[in-house]
Ligand binder design. Structure first.
Ligand SMILES: Cc1cc2nc3c(=O)[nH]c(=O)nc-3n(C[C@H](O)[C@H](O)[C@H](O)COP(=O)(O)OP(=O)(O)OC[C@H]3O[C@@H](n4cnc5c(N)ncnc54)[C@H](O)[C@@H]3O)c2cc1C
Length: 507
């Protein structure tokens, strides 16, 4: 039977950074990283803006970064966690630099720090407009050189295995689908780290790639972990509008930091009506403002206006955005860029402590799937790559100290799995997925939400999904769709709780 000391589920920044640190510090441990598609297919790869770190203590300070984070989080952040993350940032940055990660410098050889919404100072380190790609490539290169780490691509974890003794639940392994051999298998592990990313694919408009289906949330919830704050989904205000594409291409916040304006169909700026910071207000405020303007217009989108900006400097700073827009026939020197808000980041998730531990023994969660207390109701731009690094460090240190006490579970009798279907009817599930996205989006963005009706409809969609598969089969689209419906129901349940809480407070 397969076994590894540490099983890491996910190959984004959180999984790779955790694996790198743990493998280097503990060459005696075996580590397996699983990714449900290729290792590169992650949210991490798409990160454009960069990573927020206080590097210049003359113009900036930890205190200001902490204040900005807490303000963006709408009073719902855990101040101790915010402090820990902000203060650890320079050390984690140093580790990224040590493996050769490159961030842009200005002519004086100092960091070329970007400015993004909600930040009171320029503090975003970036690699042009493809910071995530740079970080991911450097981490993957190192991971492939580490002898005690194996990277298993196209291995989709289906569920966690837990054992409960005397009311204490322990995670002891995971069932997964090996896409190459079309088989369900089981792996035992002394520790499991969920790094499965977010759930943006629940929404019609999202910047998240196909892998972001909330698998980690659904699996952890089934295993009995606490899930919190799922009602706080961050919408990014400036995704490039398209009625046919999913995911939508992101126009980084850094473009507004660079001076771009948001305008309506009459080419008029309108954000100052909603917030004195205008284009530099936080994402939640700008997205809400755009939704409101769209409601009162017959338009499908608003616009980003970059025409007044220095064209050469723009293309130098944002080569990927320029290239993508050009490919779509948009020249930012003379054209307005059509934009819409799109689901971008899951602020809540699997509840963890300061070391990334969940309530289940041996189970950790880090990165976007975790609810650490850093983001509160609304994540401050460029704080999530940072959070992933800090919590990967914390979890690695914790596991290093505790793993000696974790033993492998006794061998389990693997149930006889239903037949797995290679053909996997993606088309039927694409239709169901679209229906789910429409339901979740209209629930989330409408002012007159009907949670009970939406829940009923989602449950019906799940029943339809069950009826489309052969009872003796299990298919990957079905597993993924079930995780999506489970995560959608969690979002609605937590929205309901939030509403009744606000009603109580108002009464
Ligand atoms: C377009 C875009 C731009 C962004 N820009 C920034 C930015 O500038 N700065 C910033 O701080 N943040 C940014 N973010 C957010 C940030 O990129 C993510 O929050 C972060 O990369 C998440 O990293 P992660 O390791 O948690 O997950 P991900 O990078 O999403 O990786 C998830 C991994 O989990 C695996 N997985 C999922 N389910 C399973 C399963 N069932 N079995 C096996 N494997 C599974 C996937 O295959 C993947 O390898 C951006 C996000 C997007 C989408």
């Amino acid at each position: 039977m397969l076994k590894t000391d540490v099983l890491i589920i996910g190959s984004g920044i959180s999984g790779l950074f955790f694996a790198m640190k743990t493998a280097k510090q503990r060459p005696d441990l075996s580590l397996v990283i699983m990714a449900k598609e290729t290792a590169k297919n992650t949210n991490t790869r798409l990160a454009q803006g960069g990573i927020a770190v206080v590097t210049d203590h003359n113009s900036d300070s930890f205190k200001q970064h902490i204040k900005d984070t807490i303000e963006a989080g709408g009073g719902h952040c855990d101040p101790e966690i915010v402090k820990m993350v902000v203060q650890q940032a320079p050390d984690r940055l140093k580790e990224l630099l040590e493996i050769g990660t490159e961030f842009d410098k200005n002519k004086e050889g100092k960091w070329d720090l970007g400015l993004e919404g909600g930040h009171s100072q320029n503090r975003i380190l970036h690699h042009k407009d493809n910071s995530g790609l740079e970080i991911e490539q450097k981490l993957l290169k190192i991971i492939k050189q580490l002898p005690n780490v194996e990277l298993w691509e196209n291995h989709q974890v289906i569920d966690l295995n837990t054992e409960t003794k005397k009311d204490k639940t322990t995670c002891s392994g995971a069932f997964f689908y090996d896409k190459k051999y079309n088989r369900i298998k089981y792996i035992r592990a002394r520790t499991i780290v969920l790094c499965t990313g977010g759930c943006g694919q629940l929404f019609e408009n999202t910047t998240n790639p196909r892998i972001a289906t909330g698998d980690g949330i659904a699996m952890a919830a089934r295993a009995g972990a606490e899930i919190e704050d799922m009602q706080y989904i961050q919408f990014h205000p400036t995704a490039l509008h398209s009625s046919t594409e999913n995911p939508l291409f992101l126009i980084s916040e850094a473009v507004r930091g660079f001076g771009a304006h948001i305008v309506n169909q009459d080419q008029k700026r309108f954000l100052f009506k909603y917030d004195t910071r205008g284009e530099l207000a936080t994402r939640d405020i700008i997205s809400q403002a755009i939704f409101k303007e769209l409601q009162f217009s017959d338009q499908e989108h608003m616009y980003l206006d970059c025409r007044h900006l220095d064209y050469e400097a723009f293309t130098y700073h944002f080569p990927a955005i320029t290239a993508f827009c050009n490919q779509k026939g948009i020249n930012q020197k003379k054209d307005l860029i059509p934009i819409v808000p799109a689901a971008h980041y899951q602020c809540g998730g699997i509840k963890v402590n300061q070391n990334g531990r969940t309530a289940i023994k041996n189970l950790y969660a880090i990165g976007e799937c975790a609810r650490t207390g850093l983001h509160g109701k609304n994540r401050l731009a460029s704080n999530s790559l940072l959070e992933a690094l800090v919590f990967a460090h914390q979890a690695s240190e914790d596991i290093n100290k505790t793993i000696a006490g974790f033993t492998f579970s006794s061998k389990i009798l693997i149930p006889k799995f239903p037949k797995t279907e290679q053909s996997n009817d993606y088309h039927a599930f694409d239709i169901l997925k679209k229906e789910l996205q429409i339901l979740v989006t209209s629930f989330y963005t409408s002012e007159n939400r009907n949670p009970v009706l939406t829940e009923e409809k989602i449950k019906k969609l799940h029943e339809t999904a069950i009826s489309t598969i052969n009872p003796n089969e299990i298919t990957i689209p079905f597993i993924e769709f079930s995780n999506m419906t489970a995560t959608a129901l969690l979002i609605i349940e937590q929205c309901k709780k939030q509403n009744s809480l606000s009603a109580q407070i108002q009464n």
